[in-house]
Design a protein around this ligand. Structure first.
Ligand code: AHR
Length: 632
């Protein structure tokens, strides 16, 4: 018998409690949520013609030169000069896309290019989409008219759905034409923004009703070296002026090499802020603190050269919150967003550790707080919650009155079960906690064999009851990583998997979603023999009120092999007889979802009856139940 004191509030649950961690790993951005279909569109890969192939047919002839104009355009140095040697036949190039291009029947596609004709040339572009067996599934023509660089575009429809299509650009008419930024987007994107984001993937995020969106990572913030760090100012404005860099996750793990993984920053800071706004999430940018990834070069900037890094942070706050009279607020306005992004928190560093981090963190924090005292700083505690480095940072940041500490744990399912009480004794008056990256690992951390199975998901659910019970100190939590392309990933498990056309939420996704949609506004006591429920007979639970809907919400995890007959004695308000129950369960700990069976483990709705102030119900083995009682 469990007791619930529905009239006794322990602590409010912040709106930010359950959120999203976004990082461009596993083709999450380029090749994923950023809907661009052309890979290496501006020829900036180390091998400038990577992903492109030359073709000649029917006596056609030509050649391509890669031109480097770095003095003039350091942020976009390469373009191709294309020589069409004869009017006969066809000469052209094709692009392989990101593991192919996902094309849908009846969808409109916009092909665009920045081009200039040389001399008297009138080289025409014949655009073709090739589907299975090289069948042409869409075509269009485009004639760039100018001798100066100009952007040209044409829209056309696809006649078939194909998962791995290719784009061909045939050139006709003898002459020379220069080409750059060869691009193709579907018409239907998230909110139908031109050159926007993949709607199905953003919808999955919106469906979680996340409290915050952390971006852009992860290790990607740090870069392998400082040259390769994430610099937000290079990710806004015209896309042909956003400097591409190699992705920190390129070829990182030998078992899934991705030797062609770059960041175009088509999904840049403006898009991140707007997506956060679209889905009702508080933005949480994380910035480089003058240190590169400690798993790589661990390069650090000398203290006397830290200023530009700190200036980036100050300018970002102005970009997000400043009005049009400020330099960076004006830029946001000029980019089409006069409204402020209401930035309240900012991460300084990702997984850094050691004295150098603390030294840099102090200067960052003082300078930011002097100018923006209300901005909360998120400080990283590194990747090992049991390690000495974690302990040292934890003690130091506490002594420095840090605002929010970012804890990461990629651990076995058992660790999550065993740690459901992790925060029970954390100092309520000390720094707040952001469980910024966590995921149960079915085999071992960073093992390519890890699965998003039900054993892991239910362990996370058990752990999350502990996060919520401790909402007085835990203010934010996010699963990581978020996205993975089934044909191009470096890290598993991941919350949402996708191919070029479809996507699915893992059992872990449904756990996150259920907690987020049912968090309520205030924690109330749910006890067994006066103790919170965190492991007794394999059960874990939390209860909350939702003051906006006048409901009592119980989240109950039975991680054990036996069913439980639970009796909830509810004191306080009277509740309606009919009680809504959502169950997520599987008898098989190895159960996973997949593209073929996306909802194998997914929520099922039912009802039970309340008898007076007692709710008695069967809780199946290996199940998570969300129970909502409406006030009479
Ligand atoms: O989520 C994958 C990686 O794990 C993140 O980039 C990093 O912060 C952590 O080590």
């Amino acid at each position: 018998t469990y007791n619930i004191q529905a009239d006794k509030i322990i602590t409010p649950i912040p709106s930010t409690m359950y959120g999203i961690f976004f990082e461009d790993i596993n083709l999450a951005a380029d090749g994923g949520v950023y809907a661009e279909l052309v890979k290496n569109r501006s020829f900036e890969f180390n091998m400038p013609l990577a992903a492109w192939t030359e073709h000649k047919k029917d006596g056609g002839d030509g050649r391509i030169e890669v031109i480097n104009r770095s003095a003039e355009r350091p942020e976009n140095p390469h373009y191709i000069k294309t020589y069409v040697n004869t009017d006969a036949g066809s000469f052209g190039i094709s692009n392989e896309g990101f593991r192919g291009m996902g094309i849908k029947e009846g969808e409109d596609y916009t092909f665009s290019v920045i081009a200039k004709q040389e001399g008297d040339a009138n080289v025409k572009l014949n655009i073709e989409l090739h589907g299975d067996n090289d069948a042409i599934i869409g075509k269009a023509e485009l004639l760039p008219t100018d001798k100066n660089w100009g952007r040209y575009s044409v829209k056309f429809k696809s006649t078939a759905t194909v998962k791995k299509a290719q784009l061909y650009v045939w050139l006709s008419g003898k002459g020379i034409i220069d080409l750059d930024m060869i691009s193709m987007f579907p018409e239907h994107t998230w909110k139908n923004r031109p050159a926007g984001l993949r709607a199905d993937l953003v919808q999955k995020l919106a469906d979680m009703k996340p409290g915050f969106l952390r971006f852009p990572g992860g290790c990607i913030v740090e870069g392998r070296d400082l040259n390769n760090r994430y610099q937000w100012k290079k990710t806004i404005g015209d896309i042909d002026k956003r400097e591409n860099i190699i992705n920190r996750w390129n070829t990182e793990f030998k078992h899934r090499p991705a030797p062609d993984y770059y960041q175009t920053f088509g999904l840049g800071f403006m898009e991140y802020f707007m997506t956060a706004e679209d889905i009702g999430a508080s933005p949480l940018p994380i910035l480089n603190c003058g240190m590169a990834c400690e798993f790589n070069t661990a390069e650090i900037v000398p203290m006397d050269q830290l200023d530009p890094y700190i200036q980036d942070a100050l300018d970002l706050i102005e970009f997000a919150n400043g009005d049009a009279t400020t330099k960076w607020g004006k830029l946001r306005t000029d980019l089409g967003h006069p409204g402020k992004f209401n930035l309240k928190m900012l991460g300084v560093g990702n997984e850094q550790w050691g004295e150098q981090y603390i030294e840099r963190w102090k200067v960052f924090t003082k300078t930011i707080k002097d100018k923006y005292p209300d901005i909360k700083i998120v400080s990283a505690l590194g990747p090992d919650p049991e390690g000495d480095k974690f302990d040292l940072l934890n003690k130091t940041f506490r002594s420095l009155n840090a605002d929010i500490l970012d804890e990461h744990y990629y651990r076995a399912p058992k660790w999550f079960l065993d740690n459901a009480r992790r925060y029970d004794n954390y100092d309520r008056k000390g720094p707040k906690i952001f469980a910024g990256e966590y995921a149960a690992q079915s085999v071992a951390t960073v093992s390519p064999d890890n699965k998003n199975n039900w054993t892991c998901a239910i362990a996370e659910a058990a752990f999350m009851t502990g996060l919520e019970r401790n909402a007085a100190v835990v203010k934010m939590a996010s699963y990581a990583p978020l996205f993975a392309h089934v044909d191009g990933w470096q890290w598993t498990p991941d919350l949402i998997w996708f191919d070029n056309l479809n996507s699915y939420g893992t059992p872990n996704y449904y756990v996150q979603q259920l907690f987020s949609l049912n968090k309520g506004t205030d924690v109330v006591p749910l006890t067994l023999n006066k103790e919170s429920v965190a492991g007794q007979d394999g059960c874990y639970a939390t209860a909350s009120l939702d003051k906006t809907t006048n409901e009592l919400i119980i989240k109950f995890v039975n991680s054990g092999a036996s069913a439980q007959i639970a009796s909830f004695n509810i004191s306080g308000a009277g509740y309606q007889k009919q009680v809504a129950v959502t169950t997520l369960r599987s008898d098989n700990g190895d159960a996973v979802n997949s593209l073929e069976n996306p909802t194998a483990v997914s929520p099922v709705q039912s009802t039970v009856s309340l008898s007076g102030k007692v709710l008695k119900m069967n809780i199946e083995p290996y199940s998570l139940k969300v129970i909502r009682l409406k006030t009479k």
